[in-house]
Ligand binder design. Structure first.
Ligand SMILES: *C/C=C(C)/C=C/C=C(C)/C=C/C1=C(C)CCCC1(C)C
Length: 240
């Protein structure tokens, strides 16, 4: 008869592993933010509850992925690229939904929503091709991904989303502007991280693994910060 050995292993985190440390902090930050958004839900009326709920879903989905990514990193000391992109494919479209939800009162259409979702998916799928499937052509795929990214930036800064926000005015316009800055500056950290992880740009300067530090910092800023802007808008609008 075969003897079965059950070994339970937990990967050790080396105290000098600063990349692993950012995965740990990312886990905790995403969990804490989710608890904050979810537990605040009962203070909002129906209209704002959905927006704050989506903020919580974004950080919650990220928290679960960060659990897997932290484990993957501590076990293999390798970028968890697959989990990373699954996380983004789920959370970035939800951020597009946030733009749509706050602009719905002034007539945002589903067409606008779908346009943003489709371009964000093009951005992420082509980015994945460059990072994981065809790393030899990282520059080409990164360029295509960048075009889709700029389309999203255009749409919210100058396109129809901007026009709707102007019509809405007041707190909605103010919050829309802050979210626009998140997409222009906060999201720009990702292509910089992509270049850190791709040979030929500047891998030699910071070493591999720095791509994950860049992505982890960017996720904390963009997912939690973005959610807090929505939360603050909900609090203000409800008071008015
Ligand atoms: C919560 C996750 C977010 C907000 C992720 C955003 C990701 C990006 C904006 C990624 C952009 C990329 C480029 C613009 C070019 C290179 C490839 C990517 C996918 C890293």
């Amino acid at each position: 008869m075969k003897t079965l050995f059950l070994t339970s292993e937990i990967a050790k985190l080396d105290p000098t592993d600063y990349v692993g440390f950012t995965f740990f902090v990312g886990c905790m930050a995403m969990m804490a933010a989710s608890a904050f958004f979810f537990l605040s839900l009962s203070q909002f009326d129906k209209k704002w509850r959905t927006s704050v709920l989506v903020s919580g879903l974004i950080t919650f989905i990220a928290a679960v992925h960060y659990f897997y990514m932290r484990d993957y990193w501590t076990s293999f000391q390798e970028s968890p690229t697959f989990f990373r992109y699954v996380d983004w494919v789920l959370t970035v479209p939800l951020m597009c939904v946030e733009f749509y939800l706050i602009l719905k009162v002034v007539g945002a259409t589903k067409t606008l929503l779908w346009k943003m979702i489709i371009f964000s998916l093009i951005m992420l799928v082509t980015g994945y091709f460059g990072e994981a499937v065809f790393p030899g052509q990282a520059a080409l795929w990164g360029f295509i991904s960048g075009l889709a990214y700029f389309y999203i930036v255009y749409e919210i800064w100058l396109g129809s989303a901007k026009k709707l926000a102007t019509t809405a005015g007041g707190d909605i316009l103010k919050s829309h502007k802050i979210l626009c800055w998140f997409v222009l500056v906060g999201w720009a950290i990702y292509p910089l991280g992509y270049m850190l992880g791709t040979d030929g740009w500047y891998t030699s300067i910071l070493g591999s693994g720095s791509v994950d530090v860049a992505y982890n910092i960017a996720d904390a800023i963009n997912k939690i910060g973005f959610g807090l802007v929505i939360y603050a808008l909900a609090v203000k609008s409800q008071k008015a």
